[in-house]
Structure formats: structure tokens, C-alpha cells
Design a protein around this ligand. Structure first.
Ligand SMILES: Nc1ncnc2c1ncn2[C@@H]1O[C@H](COP(=O)(O)OP(=O)(O)O)[C@@H](O)[C@H]1O
Ligand SMILES: [Mg+2]
Length: 349
């Protein structure tokens, strides 16, 4: 069941009906609902082509996977016998087959997880720019570029020289609002329980989706977070490894920020990462991924040294408060009530 996202759907539908060619950039942390949003938006549209990248694949692997998906969406026996050697060949074929003429119906082209498709490099973005400028942009097209790696989407897509000024719509997808989360949790459980879930999982649809509404809050928490095979035990590590090239450095910063709120110089001193060097960039990337947030006193300038950083993601906060310090215990436990024990019953729906 798809819930909420009224504003985002309106933005996408307005762009679809605009009569102009549209280049949409959609980004947001993993599991926040980007792919679901576009699929839902496009579900009844006539000319829709979607291509999802594979995490950690080489460029040739991405091209082969792209071709496989193309085969399923375009009926052309030639595709059984060709192997494209580079992106130019892929897009030349796509142009010939799908985007050659201006059509009445707007064609939607969805590239899901562009940072993976590009294998982390800018080259694919430059190639897309070439095809956009020379072949696609006057053919009644809506190109949607989507990605979970915020730093790539901002630096190499939105702010890149290649695509700068071409983007017509930018959506940073955030977590569900409390109303949307309540819709997903249904009316089966009490308001207090719904609030407790949001305290732990924030508005991340994927996390809320794991909840079994026929079970109590405590039962769900024990199953998801406090049993040896709980699927949330490895989630933080998984996200950091997929988001960042140097996950250990980022985890080190998070490990400090879990203790409170810190300034740049405090973070630098405690993590021993030079503030002039990478640290500012690391913090910016964490902020873009919405894992941390920074606060400047209202009477200070934005570049102020008074800026302070703290954790922003609800599940990160919960993870570092209750799960991470007890990981060994959880992994070895046979108890079904570890959640109650380790949190000292501080959640009481
Ligand atoms: N609007 C929504 N309504 C219901 N479930 C959703 C919604 N958005 C996402 N989900 C669920 O959350 C999970 C993660 O969403 P997904 O679109 O794969 O996230 P992303 O592409 O940002 O990583 C999916 O399994 C999906 O079913
Ligand atoms: Mg996705």
C-alpha cells in the first residue's frame, strides 16, 4: 500500500504535464522511498522506462544490467545478440529506439541510483549532459535522475558544471510526516504506540514497514532490534558502507556526536581529523545524508565558528543509545524481553 507523498506527487505530475522537457533530480537517504515514489507516480503513465543500477558493480556490469532491463521494456530481438561496450552505445541505441522523434505523450526515463550506475565517477554525468543537450531535450522527455548517495547527487549532479542550470526540478525526499507514518501504521494500534515507533525509527518508510501490526510495540522491538538475527542490528553499518567511501571515518564522527552536541574544533580535537582538511567535507556529507544536523545561534553568521553538530537521524540516536553498547549481549541472547531489560522499560506505550 502506497501512502502519502502528496506534495512530491504533485511536483512530479506538474512537471509531467508542463509541456516542456524536464530534468528532475531526486535524492535522499537509502530506504526513504525514492524508488517507490517514482514507480507510483509513473504507474499509469504510457511511455515509462526505468533502469535500476546495481550496488558495487563495474561499469561493464552496469551496462549489461541496463541492457537486460532494456530488453524487458523494448521488444527488439537485436538486443539478444548485442553487448554494448560503453554508455555512448547504450544511449545512442536508446535515442534511436525511443527518443528519436518528438512524441505527443511525454516519455519518462528513470535512472535509479545514478551514483552506482556511474560507478562513483562523473563521466556518466557528462555523457548524459551530451545526450540531453543534443538528442533528448526537445523530444518531450522527462528524465529523472535519482540517487541515495547525497554527496554525489549534490556535487556531481546538481552542482556539476555538466548539468548546472539544466535541472528543472529538484526533490530532496525526507522521511514521512507523523500523519503519513500513522497512515502506514494503520489505525490498528494506539496513538502512543505509533509515536513510540516514530521515536525509534523516525519517518523512514522501510523501517516502519517492518513492523508487524498484529504484535505489540515491545514484541516488534525485540524481534527487529534485540534478537541475534534482528534485521536492524546491521542497518547502521550497511548504510554507512553504501553511503560513504570512507565509512570508518564517518562512523568515528558519529561515535562522538552520539554523546551530545559539538563544535568543529571540538570534533577535530577528539577525532583527530584536521578541521581544515577533510573534516568540514565529512560533516557536510553527513548533513546532506541527513544523519547529522548543525545549529548556529540565531545572532551569528552561517559560517560562524559557533556552529555545532549533533545527530539528526532518530534511528541513529536509538542505535547508539541502546543497541550498539549492547551488541554482544544481543547477539548472544536467548531472551525475548531484552528490549524491556536494556531500556529499563523507558518506552511504555
Ligand atoms: N509512500 C510509501 N508508502 C508505503 N510504503 C513505502 C512508501 N515509500 C516507501 N515505502 C516502502 O519503503 C521501502 C523503501 O522504499 P524505497 O522506495 O525502496 O526507498 P529508496 O529507493 O529511497 O531506497 C519499500 O519497501 C517500500 O515498500
Ligand atoms: Mg531505491
Amino acid at each position: 500500500m502506497f501512502v502519502g507523498r502528496k506534495n512530491e506527487l504533485k511536483l512530479l505530475n506538474d512537471a509531467y504535464r508542463s509541456g516542456k522537457d524536464e530534468l528532475v533530480v531526486l535524492y535522499g537517504r537509502p530506504r526513504i522511498g525514492k524508488s517507490s515514489l517514482v514507480k507510483y507516480f509513473a504507474r499509469k503513465k504510457k511511455a515509462y522506462y526505468e533502469f535500476e543500477a546495481l550496488e558495487g558493480e563495474t561499469t561493464q556490469g552496469q551496462i549489461d544490467h541496463f541492457t537486460e532491463q532494456l530488453k524487458k521494456q523494448i521488444d527488439d530481438p537485436i538486443l539478444d545478440s548485442v553487448r554494448f561496450a560503453n554508455w555512448e552505445q547504450v544511449f545512442t541505441y536508446l535515442t534511436q529506439k525511443v527518443l528519436k522523434r518528438r512524441s505527443k505523450v511525454k516519455k519518462i526515463l528513470f535512472l535509479d541510483e545514478l551514483p552506482w550506475m556511474a560507478a562513483g565517477r562523473i563521466r556518466l554525468v557528462s555523457i548524459l549532459k551530451y545526450y540531453w543537450d543534443n538528442h533528448w531535450k526537445d523530444k518531450h522527455v522527462m528524465l529523472i535522475l535519482c540517487g541515495s548517495v547525497a554527496s554525489f547527487m549534490v556535487k556531481k549532479v546538481l552542482h556539476s558544471n555538466a548539468l548546472y542550470g539544466r535541472t528543472t526540478l529538484e526533490i530532496l525526499l525526507k522521511g514521512f510526516s507523523p500523519e503519513e507514518a500513522a497512515c502506514l501504521l494503520g489505525r490498528k494500534r494506539s496513538r502512543e504506540e505509533a509515536l513510540n515507533y516514530q521515536l525509534v525509527f523516525g519517518g523512514v518508510p522501510k523501517y516502519l514497514e517492518q513492523i508487524n501490526l498484529n504484535r505489540s510495540f515491545n514484541q516488534n522491538m525485540n524481534r527487529l532490534c534485540f534478537s541475534p538475527h534482528g534485521i536492524m542490528l546491521k542497518e547502521v553499518e550497511r548504510i554507512f558502507y553504501s553511503q560513504f567511501r570512507e565509512p570508518r571515518v564517518y562512523l568515528k564522527i558519529i561515535d562522538l556526536l552520539k554523546n551530545g552536541i559539538f563544535s568543529l574544533s571540538e570534533i577535530s580535537a577528539q577525532t583527530r581529523i584536521a578541521s581544515g582538511g577533510g573534516l568540514k567535507q565529512y560533516l557536510k556529507n553527513l548533513e546532506r545524508a541527513e544523519m547529522i544536523r548543525s545549529i548556529v545561534p540565531f545572532d551569528r553568521s552561517r559560517n560562524s565558528k559557533f556552529r555545532k553538530y549533533t545527530l539528526a537521524d532518530e534511528f541513529l540516536v536509538f542505535f547508539f543509545q541502546y543497541i550498539e553498547p549492547n551488541l554482544r549481549t544481543i547477539e548472544e541472547s536467548t531472551s525475548r524481553r531484552l528490549f524491556e531489560t536494556l531500556t529499563h522499560n523507558s518506552f511504555n506505550p
